[in-house]
Design a protein around this ligand. Sequence first.
Ligand SMILES: [Zn+2]
Length: 130
Amino acid sequence: MAQIVYSSKINKIRSFALILVFVGILLMYGGILTKRIEWLMVTFFILGVIMVILSCVVYLWIGTLSLKAVPIVCPNCEKPTKMLGRVDACMHCKQPLTLDKDLEGKEFDEKYNTRRYRKEIRAKQKEKNQ
Ligand SMILES: [Zn+2]
C-alpha cells in the first residue's frame, strides 16, 4: 500500500489559493477566446474575477491562520515550521507532528483535529472517572 504523505495544512491552503488564481486567469482567458459570444465572454470573466477575489480571501485567511499557528522547530529536520490544530505535518519534511501528549506515537490522522473526535475523547474520560 502506498504511504499517504500529509502536507502541512498551511501549505495545502496556499496551493489551493494558487490553483484558484490560475483557474481564474484561465477563465478570463477563456473569456477573451469567446469574445464573439458576448454572454459567454461575460460569464467567463465574472467567474474568473470571482475566483481571483476568492483566492485573495483565502490568502488573507492563511495570513490570520499563520498568526494563530504555533511556531515550532521540527524534531526531524530541525527547521522552523508552524503547526495548525492538534496534529499537522512539518512544512519541509512532512513529518507528522502533534501538540497533544496523548497522541504521541499514534498514527497521524486528520480526524484528531475534528470536534467529534474531541467529544469522543471527553466522553471516554468521563466513563473512566465514573
Ligand atoms: Zn521537518
